[in-house]
Design a protein around this ligand. Sequence first.
Ligand code: GLY
Ligand code: MN
Ligand code: MN
Length: 430
Amino acid sequence: MRYQPLPADLYKKNRHKFMAQMKPNSIAVFNSNDIYPISADSTLPFAQHRDIFYLTGVDQEESILLLFPDAKDPKNREILFLKETNDHIKVWEGEKLTKEKATELTGIENVHWLQDFEALLKKLAFQAERIYINTNEHYRAATEVETREDRFIKKAKKMFPGHKFERSNPILQRLRSVKEPEEIAQIQKACNITEAGFRRILDKVQPGLKEYELEAEFAHEFLRQGSKGFAYTPIIASGPNANVLHYIQNDAEIKDGDLILMDVGAEYGNWASDMTRCVPANGKFSPRQKEVYEAVLRVKDAAAKMLKPGVIWADYQDKVGRIMEKELIKLGLLTEEDIKNENPEWPAYKKYFMHGTSHHMGLDTHDYGILEEPMQAGMVFTVEPGIYIPEEGIGVRIEDDYVIQEEGEPVNLMKSIPITVEEIEALMAK
Ligand code: GLY
Ligand code: MN
Ligand code: MN
């Protein structure tokens, strides 16, 4: 395995937290993702569904977790189903989890091969009243693809028309949004790998390179350090491309005088990191680039201080907007008049800062978490204000990942990644 898995105790704890939220006499089922096809026999690399991973640590296709906390026979309280392996399969497909290794990894004693799933599910479901199914209720989810989980849901509803169905997802949204210390340590590793990638590119940046050459340097460093690669599609946007918020082509030539926005994060053991830094192509910020950059940095620092238990995301977003509008006035981009006449539904600052300041970050880059509920200690949020000025060919975003604390300021997991104009210029001058 490329990464150091977290201890089985963590997964046991995660399952107990989930089971404690289930209604009596219920079963819950969680499926792996499919391996997605391209065409012919080509496939995309496997990426595990984060929920079964959160509950078991199993990073393998065709795995199923069944939880039945009130099962009469205690061995049926937690059952893991895995794709069968044996010496023959090992020759053709390589190492898969054996039952013994799976128990060691997950802390689940009762491990079956996948072919036992339907019969055992039937037997146990007829002892239960409810079945928890796992629909994707993420506020940004938009996919046309039918997942393995979706297929299971359809099948379960057909197989058990008399049962009551319950939703796992709100429970998982709440649990996964508050991280255990071991989980934060894994995110910290991902952040550290991102830092190594950023330091590597600072030595390489120069006019004349293609944006993808910087992407390649990040990828090289990430893979070298045991990451599977980018936690999300990276954005390497030079000059005016930085004003396209989801620019992922990364195919333009970097020009002298460009500021390059890099929104890049490594994954580690399926945990994400999410960083944005901007650097000048020629090693020196122009006076205007510096002015805009430092305004964004002040907003980032002020916003981060506001991340505390009890805060509601929408109120926080409003307050950050108010700080941003002062900076935009100083930069000559807005006037007091603009603010006075603004449409409250679309405040004036949104002309230059049109996205959210923060999102939950964890196993998914835009992680689970119910934004309408108060923030809690142990939640990890990005802080990523930006100022985008297409008419000047400048786009700046700065992004760090923070852990909310019971008391005091949040901990910045990216505090050692160079961020000030002076630090970046000094490192690029070397
Ligand atoms: N990299 C995606 C984001 O910053 O939200
Ligand atoms: Mn982000
Ligand atoms: Mn980002």
